[in-house]
Ligand binder design. Structure first.
Ligand SMILES: Cc1ncc(COP(=O)(O)O)c(C=O)c1O
Length: 455
């Protein structure tokens, strides 16, 4: 049953957003759920956003919200960043897309291969989902093996193989291998080629590989679990995975679609571990649709038309000059100094929020690094894998819903599941105000935590 606090907040939200409510009623008559992306909807209805500027979005009623979603981690400079807007205007004058090589594509490829040590060669597509799909295909074409190791509860987009254990195996006992969790639309013959393992558990990874020691094509993983809660790798974990991949002749694919922003070379470079292939997306499109995959030259040469292991990479809009222009401009404005500044803001946010919950006694664990912060209602000391984060999320959803609704009422736009994503449009003063406001919000939900959290 919804708590009285939630009901009170919801009524406040409804009073504040009548135009979004009306739009939702109209939209859901012709779009199932009123929206194409499942993640951006929530009860009673999502705000309809009319525009964004810098670190804020504005709804149809003119309410402003500080945007801590940043289109699911893809807007590194916030909304309508002037250099990107100007560069796009200039490109628009010249047309949107041509069936030909272009200079903007070269520009973005140059930025990426200069910045990322593990990227000898790179190709573009239109989404992160596609990028992972191509990387896996490249791995299988390269070593002619068939099994893929994937992280339980990790997110690599929505292609068939990526849906396997996108939802966690909820019944997994600590240390046990996760059972396969599949979606009804994916044939068993396909999902059977994916072996799920928990994040941050090297022994388990080795046990999983040993089920088919000569047949593992690739380990596909986010080096930081993003959507499952900004969970960082434990010291030495990625190195140990790299060693396992080498020992068993599997390729290592890092999905850096979210984590790339953590350094110029991505999280792999920060951790000093080189994958064989890397997938990218989100911020490298500067706010437009994009995906990229690349890595070792000997693997990427499968995509050369002249090579005898021909792999067909295509896509009507792959490498389109608008996405490439926006992406290259975004990266040109994201040098090490900008990353360091953003990381300091993120560090201050985590430190301030931690101090606030300690004061109120609310049982919250914070995860994340740099400009990513996640909060988890749990009495556990640490959140180490997707079971830790997703179980507490599902079991204590009313708490997350209360914080989310309280945030909306106060003018903060954040994911219901408890994440803060920073952009370079944010300043120190904003972070300080956020800490104060969330101090109040966490104190308000504390009594509800006492009722719900017994673990
Ligand atoms: C780690 C990771 N990989 C892949 C994807 C899929 O990217 P896209 O939504 O562009 O298909 C996402 C999207 O959130 C992601 O977080």
């Amino acid at each position: 049953m919804p708590s009285s606090l939630y009901e009170e907040l919801k009524q406040e939200y409804i009073r504040k957003t009548p135009r979004s409510a009306a739009h939702y009623e109209a939209a859901r008559r012709i779009i199932p759920g009123g929206e194409s992306r499942i993640l951006v909807t929530y009860a009673p209805y999502a705000i309809t956003v009319a525009r964004g500027a810098g670190c804020e979005v504005y709804d149809l009623d003119g309410n402003a919200y500080v945007d801590y979603i940043n289109n699911y981690m893809s807007l590194i400079h916030g909304h309508a960043f002037p250099p990107i807007t100007e560069a796009l205007k200039a490109q628009l004058e010249k047309g949107t897309v041509y069936a030909a090589p272009t200079l903007p594509q070269y520009d973005l490829a140059k930025h990426l291969t200069d910045r990322i040590p593990a990227l000898d060669k790179v190709k573009f597509c239109n989404s992160g989902t596609e990028a992972v799909m191509y990387a896996v295909r490249a791995a299988r074409a390269y070593n002619r093996k068939k099994y893929i190791i994937r992280i339980d509860g990790g997110y690599n987009g929505t292609s068939d193989f990526s849906t396997v254990n996108m939802a966690i195996d909820r019944k997994r006992r600590p240390g046990a291998l996760p059972a396969r969790v599949t979606e009804p639309g994916v044939a068993d013959e396909l999902s059977g080629l994916v072996i799920p393992v928990a994040f941050n558990d090297v022994d388990q990874m080795e046990r999983a590989i040993k089920e088919h020691p000569d047949e593992i094509s690739a380990i596909v993983m986010e080096p930081m679990l993003g959507s499952a809660g900004f969970i960082m790798p434990q010291p030495g974990y990625l190195r140990a995975v790299r060693d396992l991949a080498d020992r068993y002749g599997a390729l290592l694919i890092f999905d850096e679609i979210v984590s790339y922003r953590l350094s110029e070379g991505g999280l792999a470079a920060l951790e000093g571990v080189e994958p064989d292939l890397t997938t990218l997306g989100k911020i490298i499109g500067g706010g437009l649709p994009v995906g990229a995959y690349g890595g070792r030259e000997d693997i990427m040469k499968s995509f050369l038309p002249a090579h005898n292991v021909l792999l067909s990479a295509s896509g009507t809009f792959s490498g389109n000059p608008l996405s490439m222009t926006a992406g290259a401009t975004a990266l040109a404005h994201y040098p090490k100094a900008a990353i360091d500044r953003l990381d300091r803001l993120g560090e201050r946010l985590r430190q301030g929020l931690r101090a606030a919950v300690e004061k109120s006694g609310a049982p919250v664990v914070f995860t994340g690094s740099g400009s990513f912060t996640g909060y988890h209602f749990t009495r556990k000391k640490r959140v180490e894998n997707a079971t830790d984060s997703m179980k507490t999320l599902e079991d204590h959803m009313p708490l997350y819903e209360c914080v989310h609704m309280a945030a909306l009422v106060k003018g903060y736009y954040l994911m219901k599941k408890g994440r803060f994503v920073l952009s370079t449009a944010m300043e120190e003063t904003l972070v300080e105000t956020t800490i104060r406001d969330f101090d109040e919000i966490f104190s308000r939900v504390k009594p509800l935590c006492d009722d719900m959290l017994h673990e």
